[in-house]
Design a protein around this ligand. Structure first.
Ligand code: ADP
Length: 379
């Protein structure tokens, strides 16, 4: 039996389960409680938190997993230590994961590799912020180095005083802060690759990701009007990061496109929302590829299967009984994914994928189905 252990009970771990089943791999997941998203789908579950050593030992107990991987970045050192002690490879490893967890460490490393980032600096005082704003057009994006997600931990600042509460929190032992130039980008794109320990890297087509209120709402694959030059540049960046940072498994590089240039926004070392389209839209899904990569198995093909694939997130809205949406789904070609999560306003509770020939028409169809599931009918 081949077995992969996964830490985290959300939809990313959940969507590894069907891929594992198809591959004949057993998935054992460490979940926060017995009723979370991944617990309902995994082959084996252990209930506990990543900092709970007893639960981690149960996760890695005989029959011993061949590798342990993560669906989020918040992995305590104690977990890596137990995996080392028991001889279970951590993929990606602790050093690599630091760059997905800490935006200051990431920016320093990317600069050292000569890779393109927005202008940035660490800030500790209002004077630091004022200095930065005075040379970068009067507006900047203040970020917490750690702990942010879905736009939390990101704030636009135009005056040093806009940063005062976060600066005080940082001085008081809270997360360190950095400020970045506010990039006037044409669009946001994401490059996904996977790398196995042996060194093989495979890349999917570059995608466009559209955010609303700091949360990804739609992904278009490939990115409309993708040129070979842009794909090449995006792949160069992601391959270099995967190799130099010794990433194993899936890597998503979120970037800003400005004309023909790409600037790196952030890294995720796991399957990522911008890659959900690959489940139906590519030869190998990001979930299958992640498992193959962490097992150090040969990677699968990454070609897109349709001229356009659109993924639309379903965020929590009026409908509470999401399964009640099924009988009325207004498009037989829509692939609907529900994560088995309780509905809260704005929470990612599912997604819809549609494949087609034309970008606008496919986007419209995906958006209609996502809206129907969120709010439609008698819900
Ligand atoms: P999170 O870690 O919460 O995902 P991000 O760093 O990805 O935060 O930022 C969230 C959003 O804020 C981005 O998708 C982008 O729209 C905007 N943003 C972040 N950094 C910049 C920047 N330097 N210039 C312009 N917009 C930015």
């Amino acid at each position: 039996m081949t077995r992969v252990a996964v830490v985290g009970g959300g939809q990313l771990a959940r969507m590894m389960a069907p891929a594992a089943t198809a591959m004949g791999v057993t998935l054992r997941v460490l979940v926060e409680s017995a009723d979370v998203s991944a617990a309902l789908a995994a082959h084996e579950t252990v209930v506990g938190l990543p900092g709970d050593d007893e639960a981690v030992r149960a996760l890695l107990a005989e029959p011993r997993p061949d590798a342990v991987t993560w669906e989020h970045e918040h992995i305590p050192d104690s977990l890596f230590a137990i995996a080392d002690e028991l001889g279970v490879p951590s993929r990606p490893g602790r050093e690599a994961l630091l760059y997905a967890r800490d935006k200051i460490a990431m920016r320093e490393r990317l600069d050292a590799l000569g890779l393109p980032s927005p202008a940035w600096r660490v800030v500790e005082t209002e004077d630091d912020v004022a200095d930065f704003l005075s040379v970068h057009g009067g507006a900047g994006v203040l970020k917490t180095a750690r702990g942010g997600y879905d736009g939390k931990g990101v704030r636009i600042v135009r005056h040093p005083a806009d940063a005062s509460d976060w600066l005080a929190a940082a001085a008081d032992g809270g997360p360190r802060l950095l400020i970045e130039e506010k990039v006037a980008y044409d669009r946001e794109v994401a490059m996904q690759v996977a790398r196995r320990p042996q060194g093989e890297v495979r890349a999917w087509p570059l995608v466009e990701s559209i955010q609303r209120d700091g949360v990804c709402s739609e992904v278009i694959a490939p990115a409309p009007e993708l040129t070979p030059e842009l794909q090449h540049e995006a792949e160069r960046i992601a391959r270099l990061i995967a190799t130099e940072l010794d990433v194993t498994g899936a890597l998503a590089v979120e970037m800003f496109q400005v004309g023909g240039r790409l600037l790196i926004n952030e890294l995720a070392m796991r399957p990522h929302n911008s890659g959900h389209w690959t489940i139906e839209g590519a030869v190998t899904s990001q979930f299958e590829q992640h498992l193959r990569a962490v097992l150090d198995w040969p990677l699968g093909g990454t070609a897109a299967l349709a001229p356009v694939t659109v993924m639309a997130n379903v965020l929590g809205g009026a409908r509470e009984d999401l399964l009640g949406a099924w009988p009325g789904v207004p498009d037989a070609d829509a692939k609907v994914h529900l994560y088995g999560k309780g509905v809260r306003a704005g929470r990612k509770v599912g997604h819809v994928t549609l494949m087609g020939d034309a970008v606008d028409a496919t986007r419209k169809r995906a958006a209609e189905v996502a809206a129907w599931i969120r709010d439609g009918g008698d819900a």
